[in-house]
Unconditional design. Structure first.
Length: 223
């Protein structure tokens, strides 16, 4: 059972989504606007967010961008906007999928379940790869059962790699996901953090973070 947050200012739509989510065995939380939704993401473990685009105070694109500065929870945009530019903007802000109104609740739940299966948040609080273990709720990392002291950004970077194992990310993508789109530093920040992270994790676990020349980085555990 996953905990799904619906950020939607239309009460009728909230009710429809909540009923359908609960009938599929999940727990549904609701927020009337982006400000309340962000507070819930910060203070409550959420497995997936269904996010309306057109809302008062903060639009969905801005909310998604801020969510990405907090965590990597899957986000599905829900909106009446159908243009290609709007969809591309949603993906650019860190959204994982896009559903336009009117929509089929069954199709929406199919997309929800696919994202939940891909997301480590849904499976366990503890992520283990090779000799490396990361516990999301306590922000602790262990190498061969020995606790490793990481800074907040180092933990976020490692968690992002673990939850996206095998995917290649450029330095710019890592900057956007971990430091945010408004970060004014340069890509050397990524290189510096990864160098320190590898050193702290040690030769074996540090080697799980692979450098790809002219491409970026990926996380890979070779058995």
């Amino acid at each position: 059972m996953a905990k799904i947050l619906v950020i939607e200012d239309d009460k009728n739509m909230q009710a429809i989504l909540s009923e359908f989510i609960c009938s599929n065995g999940h727990t549904c939380l609701t927020a009337d606007d982006g400000i309340d939704g962000l507070a819930m993401v910060k203070n409550c473990p959420i497995d997936l967010v269904i996010l309306d685009v057109m809302m008062p105070h903060l639009d969905g694109f801005s909310v998604c961008k801020m969510i990405r500065n907090i965590c990597n929870v899957p986000v599905i945009f829900l909106t009446a906007k159908e243009s290609e530019d709007d969809k591309l903007k949603g993906y650019d802000q860190g959204g994982d999928d896009y559903v336009t109104k009117p929509f089929s609740p069954k199709v929406l739940m199919a997309k929800v379940n696919v994202l939940l299966k891909r997301s480590t948040y849904y499976h366990t609080d503890e992520i283990q790869r090779g000799i490396l273990t990361l516990v999301t709720s306590t922000h602790k990392v262990y190498v061969s059962s020995k606790e490793i002291d990481l800074t907040y950004k180092e933990f976020e970077l490692l968690q992002f790699f673990l939850t996206n194992e095998g995917q290649v990310f450029s330095r710019e993508q890592l900057i956007n996901r971990i430091w945010g789109y408004e970060y004014e530093g340069n890509s050397r920040t990524v290189d510096s953090h990864i160098k320190t992270l590898r050193h702290k994790l040690g030769e074996i676990a540090g080697g799980y973070i692979v450098t790809l020349i002219r491409s970026g980085y990926k996380f890979e555990v070779k058995e």
